[in-house]
Design a protein around this ligand. Structure first.
Ligand SMILES: [Zn+2]
Length: 263
């Protein structure tokens, strides 16, 4: 009898939690999407710097959209169903594949400074739970879990240098680096190696800066002009030092974990 009560209690709590989640996620929806015709192969991680309702309103006004939003408290909102193509990535490229919207799910994380200040643990926990579910459900390869800046390095700075890529990679989300590798890359090979990871290297400094935001964030200065962060991007990338030893070491460490896309 006791077991029956315990079972009923678990059922009651689960239904309650599901109902609450449905209620909160139903408050926010976006209608800018089309039916998906290609399989989901990518997970794109973004950040945004305003309160969630304002962000959703802005997307709506710009006729943009995204599948999921996670606020600082770790509350998850689904704005577009997975089986629809949302407009979150824009002109993009990764590992020989252009325009990733058609093949991706977008997750947006609230962060006041576009990912330049730490993401609360609650928010990352919610992200890990959601990302694991999506990766498993659609069999997304680890090398296809990317930051918006990875796939649009000339235009975008999110998810941002404070996103804990190493920590989430330890949980099976995306790839980090083989820190046992001790040999730095040669500077003459930077472009080739960035391309091998997956970057569009038509502007090698932009690709290198996106790489640094993700893999060597300690080399990326805080940009205090938050409103102009993306407009400032060319200034940062022009000043980039591609001979930095830590950058060259990490580049070799990261290349070591990415599968060769031509095989
Ligand atoms: Zn973005």
């Amino acid at each position: 009898m006791k077991k029956l009560w315990a079972f009923l209690l678990v059922v009651f709590i689960s239904v309650g939690a599901w109902y609450c989640f449905q209620q909160s996620s139903q408050k926010l929806k976006l209608t800018h999407y089309v039916t998906r015709e290609e399989p989901i192969r990518f997970l794109v991680v973004h950040s945004f710097g305003v309160p969630v309702p304002e962000f959703v309103q802005r997307l709506d006004e710009l006729r943009l959209s995204t599948h999921y939003v996670i606020d600082r408290e770790g509350q998850v909102f689904q704005l577009v169903p997975d089986d629809k193509v949302a407009w979150h990535a824009g002109i993009s490229y990764w590992r020989h594949i252009p325009n990733l919207n058609a093949k991706s799910i977008g997750i947006e994380l609230q962060n006041d400074t576009l990912g330049q200040s730490p993401f609360p643990e609650k928010q990352i926990d919610a992200f890990v739970k959601l990302a694991k579910k999506i990766i498993h459900k659609y069999s997304i390869p680890a090398e296809n879990v990317v930051s918006h800046s990875d796939i649009a390095p000339k235009r975008k700075v999110d998810v941002g240098k404070e996103f804990p890529w190493k920590k989430v990679a330890e949980q099976g989300i995306g790839l980090w680096a083989d820190e046992k590798v001790t040999e730095p890359a040669e500077q003459k090979n930077v472009s080739k190696l960035l391309a091998q990871i997956g970057y569009n290297v038509t502007d090698v400094n932009s690709a290198a800066f996106a790489f640094m935001r993700r893999y060597v964030p300690e080399l990326v200065p805080m940009d205090p002009q938050l409103n102009h962060l993306e407009e400032n991007l060319p200034n940062w990338t022009e000043a980039l030092d591609l001979s930095n030893p830590l950058f060259l070491l990490r580049l070799n460490q990261v290349v070591a974990v990415y599968p060769d896309r031509d095989k």
